[in-house]
Design a protein around this ligand. Structure first.
Ligand SMILES: Nc1ncnc2c1ncn2[C@@H]1O[C@H](COP(=O)(O)OP(=O)(O)OP(=O)(O)O)[C@@H](O)[C@H]1O
Ligand SMILES: [Mg+2]
Length: 218
């Protein structure tokens, strides 16, 4: 489902990723972890095609990202849910609109969009917030909206960047349960986090990054 071959990424001479080769199978759940600046966000952005590697190759669902055209990339992204570290919510749109937009760009009809958006917001404990605007919500609520927007399209792959960074322990546990449920349904899940709590006591595969390199796998 996801394959990286000797991927390097530098920003103005500073290496952010060095010689990353990873294979994530269809339906796998993987944590990418490591200290701040290790390259977690860069890795996820490369998988989403929003950052190009300096060298190396990436295959997503059999598609070579190095050879992909813009239109193909848009189609591929419809199958990938991305929870951004900084949420990237549209502050002039309601919570409902922020989530529905993911289905609108995919060309779904209004009836389906309404039903699916409401259902997804409900599953994240956001029922009743549909008409609110992002800045009227708490950090944890905004984070859940960002997760809802990624999940509403039933993605093949879910990429989540520090998805519980703003949540208290109870909500963190709930989000983890949700991710596991999504994983059970067959979605490939990659979660980047430096939270030890999130990793503790799980049998989930862990890839440890440090200074842009894979230093350990568990
Ligand atoms: N757009 C960019 N321009 C220049 N340097 C960048 C850019 N994005 C990332 N970097 C650098 O690449 C390195 C890896 O950053 P990245 O954001 O991937 O780390 P991270 O593991 O996600 O850290 P954190 O846990 O703080 O989110 C850092 O040294 C960072 O300064
Ligand atoms: Mg990051």
């Amino acid at each position: 489902m996801i394959r990286l071959f000797h991927v390097y990424k530098s920003f103005g001479g500073n290496p952010a990723l060095r010689d990353i080769s990873i294979h994530v199978r269809k339906g796998e759940f993987v944590f990418v972890t490591g200290p701040s600046g290790a390259g977690k966000t860069t890795l996820l952005r490369i998988l989403f095609g929003s950052e190009k590697p300096s060298s190396g190759h990436i295959l997503i669902n059999g598609i070579n990202l190095g050879r992909i055209r813009r239109k193909q990339l848009d189609l591929l992204r419809r199958k990938i849910g991305f929870v951004f570290q900084d949420f990237k919510l549209l502050n002039n749109k309601t919570i409902f609109e922020n989530v529905a937009i993911a289905l609108e760009v995919a060309g779904h009809g209004p009836g389906y969009i309404r039903k699916k958006t409401r259902q997804t917001l409900r599953s994240l404990g956001l029922a009743g917030k549909e008409g609110a605007y992002p800045l009227q919500l708490s950090g944890g609520e905004q984070q859940r909206v960002a997760i809802a927007r990624a999940l509403v399209k039933d993605p093949l792959i879910l990429l989540a960047d520090e998805p519980t960074g703003n949540l208290d322990p109870d909500l963190t546990r709930e989000i983890m349960v949700l991710f596991r449920t999504i994983h059970m349904k067959g979605t490939t899940v990659v979660v980047a986090t430096h939270s030890r709590e999130l990793l503790q006591g799980t049998a989930i595969r862990k890839i440890f990054l440090d200074k842009g390199r894979v230093v350990k796998e568990e």
